[in-house]
Design a binder for this molecule. Structure first.
Ligand SMILES: [Zn+2]
Ligand SMILES: [Zn+2]
Length: 266
């Protein structure tokens, strides 16, 4: 009985080699939810023939939602099913402006963007597959525009953000693994490595960070060279009873991390 999380892409908006940042969460009852759906996510899902029941969107930047139009066409003309779309309530208007407000979604008419999705606006928390997920605001561009996701006792996924020590105090107090935005150069939108080191130095946080959203594989490698742990494709993080690691290759370190985490998460 485990919850798992696996990345489908780990890059930022400028990345050409890491794919759009997105992750798939699988619950013990086999229901699954993606976090974000950027331009590359559609192809990652397709290539691996992944099934999923829902998507949670962290924010409306196109590197996180840009694959939704292609998904709409796929659902509308091929799959003809409906996918749950959990969206922080303040972002609904923005997403409707981007995807839903065209005069007609298809030239022949008769179809709405939202026909293919079950829109579920969320504020502080929502239920999916019998689990309660927490949603919290992060620091990324204008206030109220970006959100993180937490499954208590398992993980925190920050989405794009500057450091958020106050939110990690609130949501990462039970040994959760923390998937965190990172970049190498200090900037106003994301978390530079030195920012992370400074902001989280006093908390039991640094050793639980798994960094993603780098601009390139070279940038990620630079971070790894400094001792940071980073997200990689093919690694499956497991949480819950019988916790362990079922990832691929490179993963002595990750396995160790999962084993360490298993001491804290039940
Ligand atoms: Zn981004
Ligand atoms: Zn962003």
């Amino acid at each position: 009985m485990t919850v798992t999380l696996e990345f489908l892409g780990t890059g930022g908006a400028h990345s050409e080699d890491l794919g759009s940042s997105s992750a798939k969460i699988c619950l013990p009852n086999h229901q699954s939810m993606l976090i974000d759906f950027g331009p590359d996510t559609f192809f990652a899902v397709k290539e691996r023939k992944l099934q999923f029941d829902a998507i949670f969107l962290t924010h409306a930047h196109l590197d996180h939602v840009g694959g939704l139009e292609r998904l709409f066409f796929n659902i509308a003309f091929k799959e003809q099913r409906s996918i749950k779309l959990f969206i922080p309530v303040g972002l609904v208007t923005r997403l409707h402006q981007i995807f839903g407000s065209a005069g007609s979604q298809v030239a022949e008419g008769g179809m709405n963007f939202w026909d293919s999705f079950q829109l579920i606006p969320v504020s502080d928390a929502f239920y999916f597959g019998g689990y309660r997920f927490n949603v919290f605001p992060v620091r990324h561009h204008f206030p109220g525009e970006a959100f993180g996701l937490a499954l208590p006792g398992c993980f925190v996924y920050t989405g794009d953000t500057r450091p958020i020590p106050e939110q990690l105090v609130a949501h990462a107090g039970r040994g959760e693994l923390i998937f965190h935005d990172a970049t190498t150069a200090t900037n106003p939108a994301h978390s530079a490595l030195n920012d992370l080191k400074r902001e989280y130095a006093l908390h039991n946080v640094l050793e639980r960070l798994i960094l993603y959203h780098f601009d390139s594989a070279a940038e990620r490698q630079f971070a790894e060279g400094q001792g940071w742990r980073t997200a990689r494709l093919g690694v499956i993080y497991q949480f819950g009873y019988n916790q362990g690691f079922a990832g691929s290759a490179e993963s002595t370190d990750e396995q160790k991390a999962a084993e360490e985490l298993s001491a804290n998460v039940h």
